[in-house]
Design a protein around this ligand. Structure first.
Ligand code: NAP
Length: 241
């Protein structure tokens, strides 16, 4: 079997209804995985794009929402993709905008990894792919809770890799560059910001969700078996600039 194949494996993708999560779910299905499309919004559209896929309601308004998801079924691959962003000057940033983002982007990621590991550690096998950000490395502007949460995702990826690599669970993250999704609509609606971003991207274009999806398949596949604790930039060269 190809080391890039996900044949015979079950993958759960959070936030699979749209954007990067939808593209990852589709790519994992194309690589042979049975895909569980999890979302707070309906994932019917995504399920319709993947043979044999199934839908799961999962809303991280409760960051512990995944506590029982892995107890009664074998899931081999977890992709923590769901995430939100709030934009406001740091001087005016509210507690609600801090807590909402930290709950979905960081607390839910940790406790979903924990729930997955409780089931996967006894089997001695599993792969986790977290979706980090350029703001796991850089500061950004007017997005303090997002930056803090994504720095946290990079740190969590490393500690969980340290604890679980020898036990058969691989934990890695992808740091997407500027990708055209709902998450970046506000930036793309601002002609000056949009052009300034484009001018800095060595590849000369914004990324597509599909640019991230194939990297997620790779990190979930046997081909990546010796990769642990990596936060892989998929950014058209942005961080190299
Ligand atoms: P998106 O289109 O806004 O997708 C975000 C996904 O997260 C949606 O499926 C959304 O569901 C889901 N979500 C939000 N709150 C949730 C909750 N409480 N419970 C469950 N699911 C929830 O943006 P995207 O760009 O595809 O974002 C996917 C991931 O990539 C995020 O972690 C984001 O931070 C990260 N990222 C994106 C970029 C970029 O340039 N686009 C760059 C770096 C990192 P709804 O549709 O119901 O809101």
């Amino acid at each position: 079997m190809s080391p890039f194949s996900l044949d015979g494996q079950t993958a759960l993708v959070t936030g699979a209804n749209t954007g990067i999560g939808q593209a990852i779910a589709v790519a994992m299905g194309q690589a042979g995985a049975h895909v569980i499309c999890a979302g707070r919004s309906s994932c019917t559209e995504t399920v319709g794009m993947i043979e044999g896929a199934e839908e799961m309601a999962l809303d991280f308004a409760d960051p512990m929402a995944a506590r029982d998801v892995f107890a009664d079924r074998k899931v081999d691959i977890l992709v923590n993709n769901a995430g939100i962003i709030r934009r406001e000057d740091s001087a005016d940033f509210t507690e609600a905008d801090w807590d909402d983002v930290m709950d979905v982007n960081l607390k839910a990621v940790f406790f979903t990894c924990q729930a997955f590991a409780k089931a996967a550690l006894p089997r001695g096998a599993g792969r986790i792919v977290n979706i980090a950000s350029l703001l796991s490395f850089q500061g950004g502007i007017r997005v303090p809770s997002y930056t803090a949460s994504k720095h946290g995702v990079a740190g969590l990826t490393k500690i969980l890799a340290n604890e679980w690599a020898a036990k058969g669970i691989g934990v890695n993250a992808i740091a997407p560059g500027y990708i055209a999704t709902n998450n970046t609509q506000a930036l793309r609606d601002d002609p000056e910001r949009s052009q300034a971003i484009l001018d800095r991207i060595p590849a000369g274009r914004w990324g597509d969700p599909e640019d991230i999806a194939q990297t997620a398949v790779f990190l979930a596949a046997p081909a990546a078996r010796y990769i642990h604790g990596a936060v892989l930039n998929v950014d058209g060269g942005w961080l190299a600039r």
